[in-house]
Design a protein around this ligand. Structure first.
Ligand SMILES: Nc1ncnc2c1ncn2[C@@H]1O[C@H](COP(=O)(O)OP(=O)(O)OP(=O)(O)O)[C@@H](O)[C@H]1O
Ligand SMILES: [Mg+2]
Length: 588
C-alpha cells in the first residue's frame, strides 16, 4: 500500500520550449514566418471567394490591393500589412499560445509556432498592434522579462478601432547573432531576392510585397515552350484531397549542343537554375534542387543540365501537405511526396534519354530541331527568370480581385494543361477527354495519350479523335487490368478464346506469354469476366463497355477503310458513350 499519492510535474519550462523552437531556425525563416502570417491574414480578407475568384487549385486568383511592408535594419524587423487584423479574443486565447494549430483553409500557417519563433529569435522587444476594423489590440513585452517570470500569460490592451484593418509587428533589440545579418546590406539584398522566389506566386497574383521600400519582383524560371523536348506534365488528386501538379522540361534559355543556336557560355550561366522546385499552397519551399531528395539518383551530372521541374501541392487542409515546420523544406517521408517523387524520377529519366539522343545527333552531325516557333518571352542569352510578371498580373485594386478570366496553371503563361478541379458538362465538351480526368495512375504512353485526348478537338480533328478513343480504350484497359492484378487472366482468356479459335492449334505461332490481347478479346473479356467493376459501378460501366463494343466497327472502319466517312456528331456520340468506361480505366 502506498503511503501517499504523488503527482508528477510534466509541464515544460519556458526556456526549453523557446530554445527548441528557435535554435535551428534561421533569421530569414523567422522573417518569412511573419510574411506568411500576413499572407494568411490576406486570404482571410479575400475569403469567402466565389468560384470565379479561385484559380484552378482553389487558391485565390488575385491578391490585388493587399500590401505587406517589411523593414529590416540594425534595430530590428517590422512587418506591417493591411489584412484581416487580430481580435481581442484571438490575442487572448490563441495567437501566442505555443502550438495552437491554425485551421485556415488553403493556409500556409499550420503548426501555431511561427510567430513565437520569430518573436523569440529576432529580438528582445515585441510591439504588436492590430486592428480588425471593429476593435484594436496592442501588446508590448520584453522576451527577457517574460522568460524570467513564472507567469505564462502576458498583459495586453483592447482599444477602440481606428476603422482600418491591419497588423504591425515590430521586433527590436536583436541579439548579436541576429543583428549581424539584419544590418548587412548584402544579406538584405539576398533576402529580397529569396522573397521573390518564395512568394513569386502571390506577387504574380497582385500582392504588393515591399522590403525596405523595394518592391519584390517575382523570380520564376520558365520552361521553354515549343523546344525539341516536349514539356512533361501530370495532375491528379490524392486520397487525402491534395492536388498534385507536376511539370518539367527545358530551361527557357538552355539549348542542347546539337541545336543551331547553342551557346555553351549561356548554358553555363544557368546552372544554378536547373533542378526541381516544390511549392505548397502557392508558397515555394524548395527551389532548383538537384539532390537526392528531389529524385536525382546520383550526384548532379552535366547530362541533367537544362532540366527545370516544378511540383505544386495544394490542399484545403495544409496539414496534408509535405512541408517541414519552418516551410523551408519538403517532408521526404510523406507518402504524398513519395508518390510524386516516382513521377519526378520518371520525368528526369525521360529528360536524360532525350539528352542522350540529342548527343548522338550531334555526334552524327545532325541538327536538333525544335518543332515549333522559338519562345518569344526570352531568347538565349537572357537569364530566363521572369521579373516582369507582377505588373501584368496585378489587378489595380482589391475590388478587382478575381477579375482575370484566363485560367493559368502555376508558372505557365498560356499552356493548355489544367489540373482537375471542376467536372465538365459533356454536352459542351469538344475534346476527346475532359480536363478534369485525374492522371494519378497514368504513366508513359497512357499519360501522353490522356494529354493528347484533353487537347484533341473532335470537331476539328474527327479522325484523330476516333483513333485516340480506340488507342485510349486499349491502353487504359490493359493498364487497368495490370493495376487490379487481372492482366494475366485477361491474356489467358483472350489467348484461349480468340487467338486459339481463330488460328487453330496447328498454326499457333505466338506463345501465351508473348500474346497481346486484341481489341475484340478485351471487349469480350470485359463483358464476360466476373467482378471487374464492383456492384455499385457495374450497371453503367458495363453499359458503356457494351456501347464501345457496338462502336468498335465504326472506329475500325474509320481507321482502316480509306473511303469510309464518319461525321462529327457520330464521333461525339461515340465519345459520350465510351467516356464512363474510359474514365473508370484511367482514374479508378
Ligand atoms: N499579420 C497577422 N495578421 C493577422 N493575424 C495574425 C498575423 N500574424 C499572426 N496572426 C495570428 O497569429 C496566429 C499564430 O501565428 P503563428 O505563425 O504562430 O501560427 P500559424 O501561422 O497558425 O502556424 P505556423 O507555425 O505554421 O506558422 C495565426 O494563426 C494568426 O491567427
Ligand atoms: Mg505562421
Amino acid at each position: 500500500m502506498p503511503v501517499r499519492d504523488l503527482s508528477v510535474e510534466t509541464r515544460p519550462t519556458k526556456e526549453v520550449v523557446v530554445s527548441s523552437l528557435t535554435r535551428d531556425a534561421s533569421v530569414a525563416a523567422c522573417i518569412f514566418d511573419l510574411i506568411d502570417n500576413s499572407i494568411d491574414a490576406a486570404r482571410a480578407v479575400l475569403v469567402p471567394m466565389g468560384d470565379d475568384e479561385k484559380d484552378d487549385f482553389g487558391l485565390p486568383k488575385s491578391y490585388g490591393g493587399i500590401q505587406i511592408d517589411v523593414d529590416i535594419g540594425r534595430n530590428g524587423v517590422v512587418v506591417s500589412d493591411n489584412c484581416d487584423g487580430i481580435s481581442s479574443e484571438e490575442l487572448s486565447k490563441s495567437v501566442l499560445r505555443f502550438g495552437v494549430r491554425s485551421k485556415q483553409p488553403f493556409g500556409i500557417g499550420l503548426y501555431g509556432v511561427g510567430l513565437n519563433r520569430a518573436i523569440f529569435k529576432l529580438g528582445d522587444r515585441t510591439e504588436l498592434d492590430s486592428d480588425n476594423g471593429s476593435e484594436r489590440v496592442a501588446l508590448n513585452f520584453l522576451a527577457s522579462e517574460y522568460l524570467a517570470s513564472p507567469e505564462w500569460d502576458l498583459p495586453a490592451k483592447a482599444l477602440v478601432s481606428r476603422g482600418k484593418p491591419g497588423t504591425k509587428i515590430a521586433i527590436s533589440a536583436p541579439p548579436k547573432n541576429v543583428s549581424k545579418f539584419i544590418s548587412d546590406r548584402v544579406w538584405i539584398d539576398d533576402f529580397i531576392n529569396e522573397s521573390g522566389k518564395r512568394y513569386h506566386r502571390f506577387v504574380e497574383k497582385g500582392l504588393a510585397l515591399r522590403i525596405n521600400k523595394t518592391e519584390v519582383k517575382p523570380v520564376f524560371i520558365r520552361l521553354r515552350e515549343n523546344g525539341p523536348f516536349p514539356c512533361r506534365h501530370k495532375s491528379y488528386t490524392t486520397d487525402d484531397g491534395v492536388n498534385v501538379f507536376l511539370e518539367a522540361g527545358q530551361h527557357q534559355s538552355h539549348r542542347f549542343p546539337a541545336e543551331e543556336d547553342f551557346d555553351r557560355s549561356t548554358n553555363n550561366q544557368l546552372t544554378d537554375q536547373y533542378g526541381w522546385s516544390v511549392s505548397c499552397n502557392d508558397r515555394l519551399i524548395v527551389m532548383c534542387d538537384t539532390s537526392e531528395k528531389t529524385g536525382w539518383d546520383k550526384k548532379w551530372h552535366p547530362e541533367f543540365n537544362g532540366f527545370v521541374g516544378y511540383v505544386w501541392f495544394t490542399a484545403e487542409d495544409g496539414s496534408s501537405l509535405p512541408w517541414n515546420t519552418s516551410k523551408s523544406d519538403v517532408d521526404v517521408f510523406s507518402s504524398i511526396y513519395q508518390e510524386a517523387l516516382d513521377d519526378m524520377r520518371q520525368m528526369t529519366i525521360e529528360w536524360r534519354s532525350f539528352g542522350r539522343e540529342a548527343k548522338k545527333k550531334r555526334q552524327r552531325g545532325e541538327p536538333l530541331l525544335a518543332p515549333g516557333a522559338k519562345s518569344t518571352a526570352s531568347e538565349p542569352g537572357s537569364s530566363g527568370i521572369s521579373d516582369s510578371e507582377a505588373e501584368r498580373a496585378k489587378p489595380s485594386s482589391r475590388a478587382s480581385a478575381g477579375g482575370t478570366s484566363t485560367k493559368k496553371k502555376p508558372g505557365s503563361k498560356d499552356s493548355q494543361n489544367k489540373p482537375p478541379v471542376k467536372k465538365t458538362d459533356h454536352n459542351e465538351l469538344r475534346t476527346v477527354l475532359p480536363n478534369d480526368v485525374d492522371e494519378r495512375h497514368c504513366k508513359n504512353k497512357l499519360l501522353l495519350l490522356v494529354h493528347e485526348a484533353k487537347k484533341t478537338d473532335i470537331y476539328d480533328c474527327t479522325y484523330s479523335a476516333l483513333a485516340l478513343v480506340r488507342m485510349l480504350f486499349e491502353t487504359s484497359a490493359i493498364e487497368y487490368m495490370i493495376r487490379i492484378g487481372r492482366a494475366s487472366e485477361m491474356r489467358e482468356y483472350c489467348y484461349n478464346k480468340h487467338y486459339c479459335n481463330e488460328v487453330g492449334e496447328a498454326e499457333k505461332k505466338i506463345k501465351k506469354k508473348d500474346y497481346q490481347p486484341s481489341l475484340d478479346g478485351i471487349c469480350d473479356f470485359l463483358l464476360n469476366a466476373d467482378n471487374i467493376w464492383g456492384a455499385e459501378k457495374s450497371p453503367y460501366i458495363r453499359q458503356s463497355a457494351e456501347k464501345f463494343k457496338k462502336h468498335k466497327a465504326d472506329l475500325n472502319s474509320a481507321l482502316h477503310w480509306p473511303l469510309r466517312t464518319i461525321g462529327f456528331s457520330t464521333a461525339l456520340e461515340i465519345r459520350n458513350e465510351v467516356l464512363p468506361i474510359l474514365r473508370h480505366f484511367i482514374e479508378d
